[in-house]
Design a binder for this molecule. Sequence first.
Ligand code: SAT
Ligand code: MN
Length: 586
Amino acid sequence: MSNNTTLNAWVDECVRLTKPESVHWCTGTEEEYRSLIQTMLKDGTLIELNQKTHPQCYLHRSHASDVARTENLTFICTTKEDDAGPTNNWMAPAEAKERVSKLFEGSMKGRTMYVIPYLMGPVGSKYSKVGVEITDSAYVAANMHIMTRMGNVALQHLGDSDDFVPGLHSLGDLSPERRFILHFPEEKLVWSIGSGYGGNALLGKKCFALRLASSIARQEGWMAEHMLIIGLEDPAGKVTYMAAAFPSASGKTNLAMMVSTLANQGYKVWTVGDDIAWMHIDEEGQLRAVNPEAGFFGVAPGTSTSTNPIAMETVKANTIYTNVALTPAGEPWWEGIGGNPPEGLIDWEGHRWSRESGKKAAHPNSRFTAPARQCPSISKQWEDPKGVPISAIIWGSRRSVTVPLVMQAFDWQHGVFLGSGMGAETTAAATGAVGVVRRDPMAMLPFCGYNMGDYFQHWLNMGKRLKNPPLIFRVNWFRKNKEGKFLWPGYGDNIRVLKWILERIRGGGKAQETAIGFLPTADAIDTDGLTLPAGAMEELTSVDKRGWMIGADSMEKFYTRFGDRLPKEIWEEHKGLKTRLEKIPG
Ligand code: SAT
Ligand code: MN
């Protein structure tokens, strides 16, 4: 029990509905975490990894049908369907409650109910908010311990206020037929049943910090975004902060923890957050961002000492691994970790792996959950209650064609348009086909808790309130040549693009005005010490008229779905783009 009567009443209600055997109020202590781990080691939910090389690290194997977010089973439950908008699945609140309360009935029988008060955002920040998750999964409780500031610290922040976001979660029978992730923005409530996986079950992350928070933020005049936050230190030691939106599994964690290849010149990246940014306008009209999370839930495959040494360092201890492979030495393994798969490898489903099977040893969406504080590049400012001042906003996604390495929007409105029309190739972070291009505005398509037409309007409105709006950029590290080879090395060399962005912020940087935005001239990006294929920079910084025309058509189809909820400014920008493209000869 807590001292908060509203909270106690809601917990009682959930107890009556789900009928757990016992109730455990999480306090957030290390002792409690250890005991959660012991419980899971005993019942097989966790496997102990090699404690010599990976102290306090464990492996969890989830149900094989429960390995990624399920967007088709995720709903926004608003009274009016139009308030959820054309990009969200919608269910009427009454119908949702009726259908899904049946599944919650007695769902915790014989299980422990964990009550998890948690704080999203730094302790003592006026921007932080409290959520309370109820779950029958010890794995969720342990992950929430890493990902949020959990337990007493959250109850203290809450006091006797009723301003918290309740989230009820139960594993149910883990069947996708009886799986629902329901959001009730009008009540600020989440219900999730039938999945134990990441974004479906750790309700502080996508459900609260993005879907509900985006809707709350619109009402309160701030923004909840799917963005990493970094500080770029220049040779003089001055740090400039940037926020960047990329779809899930597109390298946000890598960018957030980048080891700069221009360290010799004095350029260095500091990590503030790798997935979510809550951004407010301060008294001076400056945009400031906090990272609401306290940990990283990063994609394992592809992470190695060469692609992301900082992440490798971060996940050495106190880390929960989910759906990675296991070596005979009791160490985690995944595709792209470097080196050959060791003899006797066990795959993510617990079977002996063989190369001949043609199967991946680790699931492509396998993950690590690690505390942010043990990240070697963590910024000194990462828990600053005031947040960090944002000077640039960056849109990024995987596009093997058309989209240049980097471009700058003409102004805020054009930048909002670029974000709103962003095309992205799908990844393994959600169930469904991988590599299909879809419109993923601001990388928020699966995470915007209300009508995205209104969301674009909110972005436009925010710009008008900012004294010095951050400059807006679009990047694409994933461009390929005709032979299917990446044109740009990516990873630590992306610092070269950030350096150009910094120059632009400071009024320098060579650029040319084109139909699609300001593009760097072919010699503007510092390629000192890089060997690129001949003509690569020219290709990476040119306008693909045909590709953009096709893109503009696809945007038009997308925008039309919003009817009159689409701001006229977006149509204006769309028309402007087409007119400028048509003027290009050829
Ligand atoms: O599974 S999560 O939603 O937490 C991760 C992601 O898809 O970004
Ligand atoms: Mn994400």
